[in-house]
Unconditional design. Structure first.
Length: 178
């Protein structure tokens, strides 16, 4: 082989060395954009305002079909909005919130009024239960619209109910990982 001539074949290409990879400088690589807040709380709140207004009108007009329809809208309006955004676990949580919050409010109200004096023919516990359930009915949509309809942080939350019964009573609770 003549001097300066290269050997044919793959041996010639194996001598080529690739340049080192380029590492971007810190000022050249901006941080990734933050996830935009995806909230549809306005839709959930609007649904609840319409439904609760319909219920109040139904009570005033003594219209049983309107009250039943508004009650179903209260229970299912928020979960339907969450399902429309493909957040099915949140929809189940919304339904649970709308069922359990008035029940817990009624229990708390009856417990707080257990030592009160009865006025007329209505027991104090019944008044407390009614007021507590009313607060629960109003609180559930507020919590639903302000907490559950915020997609960016709530998807990482894991909740589990706890129930313990004993011969002398019981406890209910909710545990979670944030």
């Amino acid at each position: 082989m003549a001097p300066g001539a290269s050997a044919p074949g793959p041996a010639a290409s194996s001598l080529e060395i690739a340049p080192p990879p380029r590492v971007p400088k810190a000022w050249e690589n901006p941080p990734p954009p933050r996830m935009a807040k995806q909230t549809y709380s306005g839709l959930v709140a609007f649904t609840d305002v319409v439904v609760l207004t319909g219920f109040v009108i139904g009570v005033g007009a003594e219209s049983r079909p309107l009250m039943i329809g508004a009650s179903l809208g209260y229970l299912l309006g928020g979960p339907i909005m969450h399902s429309a955004h493909c957040r099915y676990r949140t929809a189940a949580g919304s339904l649970g919130l709308r069922v359990l919050t008035p029940l817990l409010g009624a229990g708390l109200g009856a417990g707080l009024m257990s030592g009160g004096s009865d006025s007329g023919f209505i027991p104090a516990k019944a008044v407390g239960a009614f007021l507590g359930a009313g607060v629960g009915v109003l609180l559930a949509p507020v919590l639903d619209a302000s907490l559950l309809a915020r997609q960016e942080w709530f998807d990482d939350l894991r909740l589990a109910p706890e129930v313990a019964l004993s011969p002398r009573g019981g406890t209910m609770g909710l545990t979670g990982v944030f």
